[in-house]
Design a protein around this ligand. Structure first.
Ligand SMILES: Cc1cc2nc3c(=O)[nH]c(=O)nc-3n(C[C@H](O)[C@H](O)[C@H](O)COP(=O)(O)OP(=O)(O)OC[C@H]3O[C@@H](n4cnc5c(N)ncnc54)[C@H](O)[C@@H]3O)c2cc1C
Length: 368
């Protein structure tokens, strides 16, 4: 059993930012991540980020990860990091967590405070043949290509024209893979148009109001049947076949929240935030007062807001441990989040947050 002041679960942009901020205030921090490297989703983002300049817009995602890791390395006397280490359980009796390291080691940690920044999981959709080899989540394809240098196949059907579908389609083309088509169930492209325009210029058709009906093939994917949809997502009866050996599903993410459930945090289903998320106060403290949440675990947004949320959560946890707040930091995080979430494009996020933020502070809600 190890005792630590602050345990940060997840070494993505949210977790690394939380660790840097808390360590900067003087707290001793242990960051654990299940993956072989720190950086979360950022390590596979080869494109230049959108968003605010304060949050490194214009910089490639993996470079942002390097910058965060340098900041952590600069605070090495206060921050310890462990990769290949997964938090697998939370014990409510005394707030102990259990962890596995690699495949052999199992140990316990008793943190005084915890930030959960465990990111998100890919959604999949049911259709006949979706268990055939050759059907992937888009995030998995990005990891295969951009982290391990392996292409998933030769000819891909991309299902979903949100940011992830469009960006991964472009990155597949950059890696020399043919993208046969993109299908999107809604009447519009949800991703940034600059990326959609790039793949259109490269000759990739984007079929709006279409989705996959079934994967073709016996042993592995040999094609896909695509169907037209009406404005209520009902099949129109039109159907065509796409020649492909890979089907890539980019149909959304859902927050990773299992530990928050285990920790007894009050949870709420908020469609605008893409799933169950914890009720929290403005500082991201959950109804289990020893636990803060940040990043995609608090609702699906972007790396830019994940980093600022991480700072805010790390700040809050360190302050609760008794470390002195650095002047002006809190105000700057709140202003940066407000700025990132301004405008029509974030209407949905703001509406979702209204459902889970308890303005009076988490003392107002019951610990369940
Ligand atoms: C294709 C694509 C393109 C994107 N483009 C942009 C963009 O241009 N701009 C932008 O701002 N955002 C972009 N994003 C979104 C951005 O990557 C995410 O919003 C961001 O990474 C969320 O950060 P996070 O720290 O919350 O989660 P993650 O980056 O997912 O990190 C979570 C980490 O937690 C670890 N973990 C999970 N559970 C446990 C556990 N139990 N124990 C230990 N470790 C655990 C995981 O291994 C992971 O490393 C993009 C995402 C994708 C997929």
């Amino acid at each position: 059993m190890r005792e630590v002041e602050l345990l940060v679960v997840g070494g993505g942009p949210a977790g690394l930012s939380a660790a840097a901020e808390a360590a900067g205030m003087g707290a001793s921090v242990l960051v654990v991540d299940s993956g072989p490297r720190l950086g979360g989703q950022l390590i596979k983002q080869t494109h230049k980020f959108f968003g605010s300049r304060d949050e490194h817009a214009g910089t490639r995602g993996f470079k942002i990860a390097e910058m965060l890791m340098e900041e952590i390395a600069g605070r090495s006397e206060k921050v310890e990091t462990m990769t290949d280490t997964t938090v697998v359980g939370y014990y409510r009796e005394d707030g102990t967590v259990s962890l596995t390291c690699g495949e052999e080691e199992y140990f316990l940690v008793k943190p005084r405070k915890m930030v959960i920044a465990a990111g998100a999981q890919e959604r999949l959709i049911p259709f006949p043949g979706n268990d055939l080899p050759g059907v992937y989540g888009a995030g998995a394809v990005q990891t295969l290509m951009n982290v391990y240098g392996v292409v998933p196949g030769r000819k891909v059907l991309m299902v979903g024209a949100g940011n992830i579908g469009i960006i991964v389609a472009y990155q597949l083309i950059q890696a020399g893979v043919e993208v046969a088509a993109v299908v999107e169930a809604t009447p519009r492209v949800g991703g940034y148009w600059v990326h959609a325009a790039k793949i259109r210029r490269l000759g990739v058709p984007i079929h709006l109001m279409h989705s996959i009906k079934r994967a073709l093939g016996e042993e592995s994917v040999e094609g896909a049947a695509v169907m037209g949809l009406d404005d209520k997502f009902r099949p129109t009866g039109s159907e065509f076949t796409v020649d492909c050996d890979t089907i890539c599903l980019a149909v959304g993410l859902t927050p990773t929240v299992e530990l928050l459930w285990q920790a007894g945090c009050k949870m709420k289903y908020v469609p605008q935030l893409c799933g169950y998320v914890p009720v929290r106060d403005l500082n991201l403290r959950t109804t289990n007062h020893d636990i803060w949440v940040a990043g995609d675990s608090s609702g699906i947004e972007e790396a830019s807001s994940a980093m600022v949320e991480g700072r805010l959560a790390g700040f809050g946890a360190a302050a609760a441990l008794g470390y002195k707040p650095r002047p002006g930091r809190y105000e700057s995080f709140v202003a940066r989040l407000d700025h990132l979430r301004a405008g029509e494009v974030c209407d949905k996020i703001r509406a979702g947050l209204e459902c889970v933020i308890c303005e009076g502070g988490s003392d107002d809600v019951f610990y369940e």
